[in-house]
Design a protein around this ligand. Structure first.
Ligand code: NCD
Length: 330
């Protein structure tokens, strides 16, 4: 029997004229920080820096004119979703926003593979946030077009880790030699899972400050230990605040708790205040992926070392760089 090749799909519709197929990450999924090495990171940071300069100079430009992004969010988001939208629109492209899947066919029982196969018929790239670990890898298995993981449950958040590292790089001018202290929910916080893995490409010391029930998972510590990074766990910030170059604070991920009363117990136990900042180095930064709930007192916002609002702006340039790269335009 001869196989039937439908006319449109007979040619390769994914290699439109003008794309640079030798562009790093062209046509690739971005699923985990394990995909990066230092050379690739430097390349991404170089492109992100150019994006920053272009936005400062002209605001938006037509690099991705005619390209479409499907922004598919099964979990709440303000920054990740709107920075991807802004990134695509500043590059002249457009966006199919599915920020509330309860208004989509997901509510009718459509599976993730079917939803992504639908969206790739209309879009050139899919950004996905989903509550289950491994959901982006599953989506990528079914999609022919690039899938970018915007958070898969307590798994990974690779684009956040890239913007976090870019923030450290831009604010402190280096990554090697730094002491990075992660504090808060290290068990369920996907941003610290991705960032700690990404930092294994550098010569850094990692401190983990968390209550016993929210400690960094043993398998991630083992991965990091295998790469030779020094790491130490504490139940309080006090012993390490004075040596910290980057204090990375996270929110308790209450949506991942089976017993909500446990979340209440932890409320207020790890808070950064102006007293904390008085014990910190003059040249250091405080980061937070945001949203902040109670972990950083608002009085800290005026301290020049508070980098969390600048951090979120760096995310725009990183996401512009990634979109341009996976679509073959950088
Ligand atoms: C983080 C997330 O969704 O993992 N937010 C973000 O993307 N900036 C952190 C969080 O929700 O606590």
């Amino acid at each position: 029997m001869t196989s039937f090749t439908p006319p449109i799909h007979g040619s390769n519709p994914h290699l439109p004229f003008g794309d640079q197929q030798d562009s790093p990450f062209y046509g690739q999924d971005i699923l985990s920080v394990k995909q990066f090495d230092r050379a690739k990171l430097e390349y991404i940071f170089g492109v992100a820096h150019e994006m920053y300069e272009m936005v400062a100079r002209v605001g938006s430009f037509d690099l991705l004119k005619g390209k479409i992004l499907a922004n598919l969010f099964y979990e709440p988001s303000t920054r990740t979703s709107s920075s991807f939208t802004s990134a695509m629109e500043r590059l002249g492209g457009s966006v199919i926003p599915i920020n509330n899947v309860s208004y989509s066919s997901v509510t009718k029982g459509e599976s993730l593979p079917d939803t992504v196969r639908t969206l790739e018929a209309y879009a050139d790239v899919i950004v996905l946030r989903h509550p289950e670990i491994g959901s982006s890898a599953l989506a990528a298995k079914y999609a022919k077009k690039p899938v970018i993981n915007a958070g898969d449950g307590a798994g990974e958040h690779p684009t956040q880790a890239l913007l976090d590292l870019f923030t450290i790089h831009e604010e402190l001018g280096r990554v090697d030699g730094l002491t990075v202290t992660m504090m808060g929910d290290l068990k369920y916080g996907r941003t610290v899972h991705s960032l700690s893995r990404l930092l294994t490409l550098y010569d850094v010391k990692l401190n983990y400050v968390a209550p016993e029930m929210l400690r960094m998972p043993a398998e991630i510590k083992a991965e990091i230990g295998a790469k030779g990074l020094p790491q130490a766990a504490y139940e309080s910030l006090e012993p390490v605040i004075g040596e910290t170059d980057v204090l990375y604070v996270t929110r308790v991920q209450k949506e991942r708790f089976e017993d909500p009363s446990k979340h209440e117990e932890l409320k207020g136990s790890y808070v950064v205040t102006t007293e904390t900042m008085a014990k910190a180095k003059d040249e250091m930064i405080v980061m937070h992926p945001l949203p902040r709930v109670w972990e950083i007192d608002m009085a800290v916002d005026d301290d020049p070392r508070a980098a969390y609002f600048r951090q979120m702006e760096y995310g725009l340039y990183i996401r512009m760089a990634l979109l341009a790269m996976v679509l073959g335009k950088a």
